[in-house]
Design a protein around this ligand. Structure first.
Ligand SMILES: *Cc1c(COP(=O)(O)O)cnc(C)c1O
Length: 354
């Protein structure tokens, strides 16, 4: 394995108080960098003071969006140790994104080590109040100074970190979501299954309109039939219909969430019937009308489990579980966060200690 050079910052920032933490605003003192150059491969891994990166205005990523990213967290446990949650899955998914965007593969094991090394350098930045964590953002972007359209020969892998507050300071709070009928996020054959900037650029307009109508996020339907449920803004989505827990199958247009994967494994271990299948919005609306739609929730690293209290589809407004948190949502939230913060046993071996 390559040696990671560490250059510590001479001046350290003032850390915010735990109750002042806001998502993605303040970054720690250091970052990880590594370069790719054709013929050399990935080289020169290093941890350096956090700061601006110099780019040519012609840098390819600025023009054609050849960029991929990941998102995971480091959790401070009661005994002061530091947990990562399935970081190997994040690095494996990064390589899935890389492959689709013609970005050279990374060494997954080495990159998990890089994350651990950076988190260890920044350990004093990991907050310890209930529900707080250190968000870790690995990303790769193309820097060839050239505006011809073709895959880059020069790229940068960077990892930055920011301390984040509790997503639900007052306990789980159900969100309002509406079903997007004008815009689509991705289609099969596109990049929907990758974590790449372009998917988010495609989603901004819908997100903006949803916020103007005081909805939190949109529920995307498939781009071809405009009928089958895909996912919510930054989350995968589940519906409890009768005794079946349904989530859309991975068919190339939605992201394979690590929280989704863990949710399915947990539910199955508890004996629930979980189906990954096509699910139309009509089926959800019909189940609602017949009183068979019991719960719905989103899954993602940021909120872990996000109960959906209201779902609007055209003129139809569905109040799911009276706008309250469902039993399954609460149980999943308690168990996933319990494992992440080391409060309960980790029977699956999901935790990686820093
Ligand atoms: C990151 C992301 C998710 C959630 O994935 P996790 O690995 O569970 O955090 C879901 N959908 C999209 C579009 C995402 O970018």
């Amino acid at each position: 394995m390559q040696e990671i050079r560490i250059e510590l910052s001479k001046t350290l920032k003032q850390k915010p108080a735990d109750n002042e933490l806001r998502f993605g605003r303040m970054f720690t003192d250091h970052m990880f960098l590594m370069n790719y150059d054709l013929g050399q491969g990935w080289h020169d891994p290093r941890i350096v003071p956090y700061g601006p990166i110099e780019l040519e205005p012609s840098a390819m990523c600025l023009h054609y969006g050849q960029e991929v990213f990941e998102g995971l967290k480091a959790y401070r446990t009661a005994d002061g140790s530091i947990n990562l949650f399935r970081p190997d899955k994040n690095m494996a998914r990064l390589n899935v994104s890389n492959e689709r965007l013609c970005i050279p593969a990374i060494d997954e094991e080495f990159c998990v080590e890089a994350i651990k090394t950076l988190v260890n350098v920044e350990k004093d930045w990991i907050p310890s109040s209930e529900g707080t964590s250190l968000y870790i953002r690995p990303f790769i972007f193309a820097v060839d100074p050239m505006i011809g359209v073709h895959p880059a020969h020069h790229l940068i892998f960077c990892i930055i970190c920011c301390p984040v507050g509790a997503y639900y300071p007052e306990g789980l709070d159900p969100v309002k979501i509406y079903v997007e009928q004008n815009y689509v996020r991705a289609v099969k054959g596109g990049m929907g299954f990758t974590k790449t900037a372009g998917n988010y650029a495609a989603s901004l307009k819908a997100q903006d309109e949803a916020e103007q109508q005081s909805y939190t996020q949109v529920l995307w339907l498939d781009g071809v039939h405009r009928k089958y449920i895909e996912e919510v803004g930054t989350m995968n989505v589940f519906f409890v219909i009768d005794d079946e827990i349904v989530t859309p199958s991975l068919q190339g247009s939605i992201l394979s969430g690590i929280t989704r994967m863990s949710t399915i494994e947990l539910l199955k271990s508890w004996g629930y019937k979980v189906s990954e299948r096509q699910l139309s919005i009509d089926e959800v609306a019909q189940a609602y009308d017949e009183g068979r739609l019991k719960e719905s929730f989103g899954t993602g690293t940021a909120a872990v489990i996000s109960p959906i209290g209201e779902l609007k589809w055209g003129d139809k407004v569905m109040h799911i579980n009276n706008g309250e948190i469902g039993e399954i949502s609460q149980k999943l939230y308690d168990n996933l966060t319990g494992i992440q913060w080391g409060k309960i046993d980790d029977p699956f071996g999901w935790i990686v200690k820093v």
